[in-house]
Design a protein around this ligand. Structure first.
Ligand SMILES: Nc1nc2c(ncn2[C@@H]2O[C@H](COP(=O)(O)OP(=O)(O)O)[C@@H](O)[C@H]2O)c(=O)[nH]1
Ligand SMILES: [Mg+2]
Ligand SMILES: [Zn+2]
Length: 308
């Protein structure tokens, strides 16, 4: 019988069958011995069979439409966290602490590296000063940032669970399929879902006093079902933002605005860091590529190189 894995914890898989029935299954030995890439994860479509003892076993794995892979700092193998994810929703907070461009770009690179379409959400807009007042943190600055990312091709929403800003648009984004919310802990991922679906009652972590970072509250990896039948992947690893499964040679392709430029660099395989005749650096100098995007590229490039 075909089903989908909705929860994975300690070798037990909660599988929802096509009939809607929920069963708990263990893996057939052969699947357990599979490579790290083949481990069964949430979102996976599996074939399950009842055993004569009255329990269930996962017999096989169906081909995946997409995969969300992470490579944590120092990890030697990419780790699959979810399968058949339709989109990434990268959530950051406007304040406090102030929005870090490096964090935004990191999240977007994760989406690109996994070939997932990504929507950017800037939450906690109620804490942002109304106009240009407040300098970096002001609404004008956030709107300018949203404009920059929209220009690159990322749909960008500004939201607040306090004022309700952007919530109808976010609901629209989560309308179908499986979305993975990704972002640092404390930015309001659980709060946004609770605001859209009051029945969910996801745990909201209090902000700790140290550096404004939230506590991790998720335990098992699971697909949270939204009342309208779509799903959100909730996995412990998703709040920790490393460079996930990115190849050094492919990093520049994870910056969409670099793609038309990289073929115009003098050297094939240009790193865009120091080679002469680099079309990407030239575009930065001419103001056609945002300098902070290029900074993010350089930082991630060094990080990926040192991890290799
Ligand atoms: N002012 C304000 N606070 C928010 C907003 N969204 C979340 N919070 C608060 O931020 C903290 C962390 O929220 P949480 O949903 O647990 O973040 P998560 O770790 O990303 O799931 C909680 O204290 C929330 O009440 C928002 O839009 N505005
Ligand atoms: Mg949360
Ligand atoms: Zn170059």
């Amino acid at each position: 019988m075909k089903g989908r894995v909705h929860e994975a914890v300690g070798g037990l898989y909660r599988v929802v069958l096509e009939s809607g029935d929920r069963v708990t299954a263990r893996l057939r030995g052969r699947l357990k011995r599979g490579s790290k890439e083949d481990r069964v994860v949430i979102g996976d479509e599996v074939e399950v069979e009842p055993t004569p003892e009255g329990s269930w076993v996962v017999e096989g794995l169906y081909p995946r439409r997409s995969r969300l892979v992470r490579r944590g700092a120092g990890a030697r193998y990419p780790r699959l966290v979810a399968a058949n994810v339709d989109r990434l929703v990268a959530v950051v907070s406007a304040a406090p602490p102030p929005l870090k461009r490096a964090v935004v770009d990191r999240l977007l690179v994760v989406g690109e590296a996994n070939r997932l379409s990504t929507v950017l959400v800037v939450n906690k807009m109620d804490l942002v000063a109304p106009g240009a007042v407040g300098g970096e943190g002001g609404r004008d600055a956030v709107e300018a940032l949203a404009g920059l990312y929209r220009g690159i091709g990322y749909p960008t929403l500004t939201t607040s669970v306090v004022t309700g800003e952007g919530l109808p648009q976010l609901r629209e984004v989560l309308q179908e399929g499986v979305s993975a919310l990704l972002g640092p802990s404390g930015v309001g991922k659980s709060s946004l879902l609770n605001a859209l679906c009051p029945g969910l009652n996801l745990r909201v972590g209090e902000l700790s006093s140290r550096g404004g970072r939230g506590r991790h509250t998720t335990v098992a990896a699971r697909l949270v079902e939204l009342p309208w039948g779509a799903f959100v992947a909730d996995t412990p690893g998703l709040s920790d933002v490393g460079v996930w499964g990115v190849d050094v040679q492919e990093l520049d392709q994870c910056f969409p605005e670099f793609r038309p430029l990289r073929t115009r660099c003098r050297f094939r395989g240009c790193s865009h860091l120091r080679e002469p005749g680099c079309a990407v650096r030239q575009a930065v100098e001419m103001g056609r590529v945002d300098p902070l995007r290029f900074e993010s590229y350089k930082d991630l490039r060094l990080e990926v190189e040192s991890a290799a």
